[in-house]
Design a protein around this ligand. Structure first.
Ligand code: 13P
Length: 266
């Protein structure tokens, strides 16, 4: 039986004071939720503050990204040891917003500018292995953009992203990973993927893990759905056999909404 995992990706939101207020409210609301892994992923600048706030609770800390070198001349990057130092247990990698793939078009973000977001299957693999090397649990995001879905490429894209992510990863390591299926067109749009379809694609992810790392790893791997998860659609999604949790963006910024999604997972 896989333990459900609900993670809040706060993205580019929150001063230290705002993070303190949000985590204080959330702590009170999820105090009795023991059979769900609850993770919050604030911006790097608020990690230490939130780490101190969650010490006496079951809420765990994650980072929104991780660099694949331990230290050195890599201006602006944050490494695994630094995340551990801040109290992180999880690190997200491969989020579509870090791959430069957006569900809501931003016309001023030209191809040239999108390169700043820069991740691809190769760097996602390096980041995933860096997380494992440091004892952090990877939350590895995969998912198709609308044009890929409309041209029938969803399964192939997701299979390729999972295969790329697992390059050089042992079966034992693979078993510890959390994957997040985030159809890019569902992120921040309010257009949630139908639960049957989300479950089907999460099944493709599990089958891909089985093909690469064996059945034991595939049965252990936890797979989240992400993309417009809200209190009113969470129970339907989380009730599906291949969906073990949710990666929540917008609704994780409102303590009562995030707590309601945690309750739906219980
Ligand atoms: P929303 O829940 O705002 O759609 O964001 C999902 C997401 O990208 C989580 O990583």
């Amino acid at each position: 039986m896989r333990k459900p995992i609900i993670a809040g990706n706060w993205k580019l939101n929150g001063t230290i004071a705002e993070a303190q207020a949000l985590i204080a409210e959330l702590k009170a609301l999820v105090r009795d939720s023991n059979n769900v892994d609850i993770v919050v992923c604030p911006p790097f600048t608020a990690l230490s503050t939130v780490a101190s706030a969650v010490t006496s609770s079951s809420i765990q800390l994650g980072a929104q990204d991780i660099f694949f070198r331990q230290k050195g001349a890599y201006t602006g990057q944050i490494s695994g040891p630094m995340l551990l130092d801040c109290g992180c247990k999880y690190a997200i990698m491969g989020h579509s917003e870090r791959r430069g793939r957006f569900g809501v078009p931003e016309p001023d973000l030209t191809e040239e500018i999108l390169q700043v977001f820069g991740d691809n299957d190769k760097t996602v693999n390096l980041k995933l292995r860096a997380a494992l090397f440091n004892g952090l649990t990877p939350i590895c995001c995969v998912g198709e953009v609308l044009a890929e879905r409309e041209s029938g490429k969803t399964d192939a894209i997701v299979q390729a992203q999972v295969t790329g992510a697992l390059d050089g990863v042992s079966a034992d390591e693979a078993a510890t990973i959390v994957f997040a299926y985030e159809p890019v067109w569902a992120i921040g749009t309010g257009k949630v993927c139908a639960a049957d379809e989300a479950d089907r694609v999460c099944g493709i992810i599990r089958a891909t893990v089985a093909g690469l790392a064996g059945d034991t790893a595939a049965q252990a791997v936890r797979i989240q759905y992400g993309g417009s998860v809200k209190p009113d659609n969470a129970a339907d999604l989380l009730g599906r056999p291949n969906i073990d949790g949710a990666l929540v963006g917008g609704a994780s910024l409102k303590a009562s909404d995030f707590a309601a999604i945690v309750k739906a997972a219980e």
